[in-house]
Write a protein that binds this ligand. Structure first.
Ligand SMILES: [Zn+2]
Length: 188
């Protein structure tokens, strides 16, 4: 990883401190995490977070994600990069192989509870939103409740997908998310 990547990572880290308002960061992170593949955990060291950066490759700027802790990085468009994708698949396989049965079961359980918790929160905010419709609250209150519901919905969706990924060992497979959406195992 070059100087550019390092600088962007540091700037990214600083920026998240400057805009430290908890809510702003929470919203930003949760929307980015899922919708834009933002600050997810590093697949190599599992403790760092992935940040986006640009690097000059063959005279052109290319987009990458790099870890905030270790030297792991991967192309932004990983599905369009067979080499990067293969490396990630190998990494995921090695990690799965290194997990004990208990660890594996725990990971599944964590995603299951995460998913159910988020779905319930989502439903709660949705119901509250409808409730306030009748209670004559401001439009902003209702919009906020709706948005909270959407955020939790997306997080629940993500946890369910991760649960399925563990069950089927489907990591870094192009199109896996849509396949899962169609299969419809949303409630885990
Ligand atoms: Zn890392």
């Amino acid at each position: 990883m070059g100087v550019v990547g390092k600088t962007v990572k540091v700037v990214g880290r600083e920026a998240s401190h400057v805009f430290g308002a908890v809510t702003v960061r929470y919203w930003y992170d949760s929307m980015r995490l899922f919708l834009l593949r933002g600050r997810r955990r590093c697949p190599a060291c599992t403790s760092g977070r992935m940040f986006r950066f640009k690097e000059v490759v063959d005279g052109g700027l290319k987009d990458y994600y790099g870890c905030s802790q270790c030297e792991h990085f991967e192309p932004l468009d990983v599905e369009g990069d067979p080499e990067g994708l293969a490396a990630l698949q190998t990494l995921a396989k090695a990690r799965l192989a290194s997990m004990s049965a208990v660890e594996f079961a725990n990971a599944e359980k964590t995603f299951r509870y995460q998913s159910r918790g988020r779905w319930l929160m989502s439903a709660g905010f949705l119901i509250a939103g409808f409730g306030f419709l009748y209670a004559d609250f401001s439009v902003w209150t209702i919009l906020n409740l709706g948005a909270m519901s959407a955020v939790f919905f997306v997080q629940g969706l993500r946890a369910s997908f991760r649960h399925w990924q563990f069950q089927t060992e489907t990591f870094y497979q192009p199109g896996a998310f849509y396949r899962w959406l169609v299969i419809g195992k949303w409630w885990v």
